[in-house]
Write a protein that binds this ligand. Structure first.
Ligand code: GLY
Length: 367
């Protein structure tokens, strides 16, 4: 690892740093570095799971640079990622006289990050915010790139905005409080980065499999640094997903559909792993990957604790969910396939039949 910081550009200008730390010790100086002073107010937004674990550390760090620090706690979970909960946060900010000079801090996983970012994007037409991601999924994916938003009725991330954070403070020590299932789910996005963009990183992940699954902190730091470097390059080139940023959706078309069909009982990352296996299978059907490459991609999720099959997938519901998502977004389905390991492409020729074959294969694996 060259250093502990990645600088992310937005429209070719420096937008924010992602810093990698093993404690909250440097948070106060990082906040000063982005211009937080005594004249500002900070609202730390978290959820009821993360609050008892880390809120006091973050409050202490903020109080070193700022006199007025408040907090706001959402109920935990995707079920609460909606406009009703955002309304409560707006009310608290108005009551405490937060102005456009003030800051929000998102302390938590992907849901807290997306919701806090959305409140920051919209409160007074936009205020600054800091991401302090505490899950592997948030550290590897959702805290980077400025996608913010909430779910609307049954549609995931249907309402949102692109709003860049001013800082992403990644304290890898927070991963110690994750259980193995959550850790593995976050890892799916990291594997995805290797598969779509960087075969050397993919091979490095396989070489370091034992250190990663043992949560060796030094290896985890390097893994996140390399994974975040891949995501940074993609979002810098295409911040608002006009083109190549869509490559990050590898495994997500069917992954989201499976997640919805499971009624969110499966974790996002578990569904992404299943979606990646299905997308690799379609890549094989389209003669982009060889059979051996498909089987390799499929099987390498297993040692990292991720599913590659399920015995109770409702194939029709999954395919209908894909059509529903498509109807509410683009006219044409942009499916991400692998041309080879380490190189993804956008494909508009994937049919319902291809998807059905790939989802049925996930079921067959279970026999
Ligand atoms: N998680 C995909 C993206 O940030 O575009």
């Amino acid at each position: 690892m060259e250093n502990n910081r990645l600088e992310v550009l937005y429209n070719k200008k420096k937008a924010y740093d992602i810093v990698f730390e093993t404690s909250f010790e440097n948070l106060a100086s990082e906040l000063e570095g982005i211009g937080v002073t005594k004249a500002n107010q900070i609202c730390i937004v978290t959820d009821e799971h993360v609050e008892p674990l880390y809120l006091s550390f973050v409050v202490d760090a903020c109080k070193k640079v700022c006199d007025k620090v408040i907090s706001y706690t959402f109920p935990a979970g995707e079920d609460h990622k909606n406009l009703d909960e955002i309304r409560g946060l707006y009310e608290a900010l108005i009551e405490e006289h937060f102005t456009r000079k003030d800051f929000l801090i998102a302390l938590g996983g992907g849901v807290v990050g997306d919701m806090t970012g959305f409140a920051a994007a919209t409160y007074l037409r936009g205020i600054r915010f800091v991401q302090i991601p505490t899950t592997l999924l948030a550290q590897a994916d959702s805290s980077i790139g400025g996608k913010t938003g909430v779910d609307f009725e049954s549609y995931k991330n249907m309402v949102g905005a692109f709003h860049m954070p001013s800082l992403v403070y990644t304290n890898v020590a927070t991963l110690r409080s994750l259980d193995d299932r959550q850790f593995s789910a976050g890892f799916a996005e990291i594997m995805k980065h290797g598969l779509i963009k960087d075969v050397a990183f993919y091979e490095w992940l396989l070489e370091n499999m034992y250190e990663i699954t043992d949560h060796d902190e030094e290896v985890i730091m390097e893994m996140l640094y390399r994974s975040d470097s891949i995501k940074k390059a993609v979002v810098e080139k295409d911040p608002t997903e006009q083109g190549d940023r869509a490559l990050l959706n590898f495994g997500h078309t069917l992954g989201h559909a499976i997640e919805k069909a499971s009624n969110f009982t499966l974790f996002h990352g578990e569904c992404v792993a299943l979606g990646c296996v299905a997308a690799a299978h379609i890549s094989y059907l389209h003669q982009l990957l060889s059979k051996d490459e498909y089987l390799e991609v499929r099987d390498m999720f297993v040692p990292f604790g991720l599913p590659i099959s399920m015995d109770d997938l409702d194939v029709d519901m999954i395919l209908d969910n894909v059509s529903q998502d498509k109807k509410n977004g683009e006219n044409q389905l942009k499916f991400i396939l692998l041309k080879k390991i380490g190189k993804a492409v956008i494909d508009t020729s994937v049919t319902r039949k291809d998807m059905e074959t790939a989802v049925r294969e996930l079921l067959l694996l279970d026999d």
